[in-house]
Design a binder for this molecule. Sequence first.
Ligand code: NAP
Ligand code: GLV
Length: 310
Amino acid sequence: MPAVLFRSPNDSSEAWRKSLSERVPGIDFRADPNIGDPADVEFALVWKVPAGYLKQFPNLKAICSLGQGVDHIFADPDLPRGPHIIRLVDPWMGRAMAEWVLLQVLRFHRQGPEYEDLQRRKEWKSLPAPETSTRRVGILGLGALGAEAATTVAALGFDVAGWSRTRKSIPNVTSYAGPDELDAFLARTDILCGLLPLTPETTDLMDAELFAKLPKGAFVVNSGRGAQLVEDDLLAALDSGHIAGASLDVFRTEPLPLDHPFWTHPRVQVWPHVSAQTNADSGADQVAENIRRVFAGEKPINEVDPDRQY
Ligand code: NAP
Ligand code: GLV
């Protein structure tokens, strides 16, 4: 059997070796740096490998992301052309992300930051209670993760819309599509949640111009990718009061540098890229199936279109 290469700075090679060995009898699983002869490797299971790393495998048939995003693969200027590019689409991660987005929406909706300030000042004071059905939540990206987050938030009675490249039909979620409908989507959004893939089109999308199109007092949540958000523009919008608060799980540089102003900003909550973590148990069935398919010369599932880059 051809070899499966594993390399990730985040994920446990032993956990993946175990979960794949249970599903692919006789698997030749090689965790970097113990790769042996690179010519044996036909399937690469990777997360954030250095640029140029993958071109050393001359017989690669598939490159599989150890996450739902594939921007780390397309970032390689020497990415071999020809292998299938595959990603995880894991229902477990979909649920985790929906929980995280719901947590942020509820925190802002129920004035969490204001009550945390009051507690710090030992002030016993009630604020006017907000009405759920009038709180407008907007999800950027209605794919595997965005659609589940939107449905989950809508189930509690929020007024939910989503923005995507193509029109969607999701019960209780208003669909906005394409650049022409972005302004209308932003104008009706009190809590903006970013769940887009990082592509040339989405890089720097959340900038000063976009923040200005949100209603005054809107909140910004991002768990897509850090490079979609211009961090200085968000700081300026927070400091002017136009944006009332932000919850961020992804950053332009990760880990977030120790001197970054987000760490101590009173209106920013920092999460260390954990909203939907890769899970070697729930993710292994589809990876095992793709190893089987690729080695049999069949089309894999969850293949990414290299032209769209997501
Ligand atoms: P997906 O299924 O590929 O969905 C992507 C969505 O974004 C689709 O609805 C797509 O529109 C939309 N989109 C892409 N480019 C667009 C553009 N230029 N304009 C408007 N809409 C656009 O991806 P996913 O599985 O939901 O994951 C989304 C991202 O979440 C990943 O790429 C990754 O960056 C991030 N993520 C983060 C974490 C974390 O822990 N923070 C975990 C997993 C994933 P169409 O449907 O019309 O094509
Ligand atoms: C995590 O960020 C992922 O893309 O799965």
